[in-house]
Design a protein around this ligand. Sequence first.
Ligand code: HEM
Ligand code: HEM
Length: 265
Amino acid sequence: MVVPHPRQSAAAIHQNREQRLCRLNLVRAPFALRLCFGHSHHWRRRLAHRPCAPRKGERSQSSHTRYADCANQVHALKLNRMTLRNTTARWGGITKTFHWLIVALIITQFVLIKLAQNLPAGGEKIELYARHKSVGITILMLAILRLLWRWLNPVPALPDTLKPYERGLARFSHAALYTLLFVMPLTGWMMSSARNFPVSWFHLLQLPDLVPPNRPLYDFLHETHETLAWVLVAVATLHALGALKHHFVYKDNVLRRMLPFTRTP
Ligand code: HEM
Ligand code: HEM
């Protein structure tokens, strides 16, 4: 994310709803590049051969055109640094991190439970359950942050070529996944409270009980937690297949724009 320097001003909002920044003193500054890019040698090297400033012996362009050119380059490079935020065309780095971190933690949840279920009753089993609970609470926290971030950012549109039912399916599966990211941890937490098992976050933070001890409620929540886990597997599988269809059948950029380390326009 780019934090504006006190000497920067906001330029017009770009069509992607990205607020671009430029230095107020750009036009006057003889060291425009240094001012524009601070102490970043990388950017300075990239700009070294650009026609921002006339070379010795060259007829100078009008200062207006010259610095307008420079301002355009500034904007282009600022955009590169703004890839942490979403635009209406692509997901930013923060959203991608949330997405893939949560996917990894959900897989961890299934692995932890499988390992715990294979162990005889004892300390090690209890520790694995405790870790499952802590990772689950982490997923809940990340889901809250992810939705907040989504609310503060533009959301890239799906391609216009999609049929209405495909669009509906995508919206429904995304909404279902977000719901499950909340309901799964909450049913797990409530289930533990109903069984009178305390929940802590990696032994660092003791969490309050959500419900008083209640055996029938525990049985119901256990059933719900288990069923929803398989609903999550089903919806996530459909969702992943949908993403692969975009990539291999429609050959659009829907999957690529969610993958880490990719740059889509
Ligand atoms: C997205 C987050 C979560 C996922 C995907 C998940 C998934 C699962 C799965 C697949 C099981 C095995 C169900 C079975 O076969 O019996 C399970 C069991 C369990 N989960 Fe979660 N869980 C999540 C969050 C939580 C949280 C936050 C807690 C508690 C704070 C929790 C507590 C438990 C407990 C105690 C069991 C064992 C129930 C038993 O066998 O006695 N889970 N979870
Ligand atoms: C447990 C697994 C997963 C969960 C919970 C999950 C969740 C989500 C959610 C909630 C969104 C909607 C983002 C938004 O509109 O704010 C999303 C988008 C996306 N997911 Fe996943 N996802 C999972 C696995 C996967 C996998 C395995 C793939 C790839 C094969 C994938 C590819 C995508 C793509 C490409 C998008 C962007 C769709 C678009 O641009 O409209 N996801 N995911």
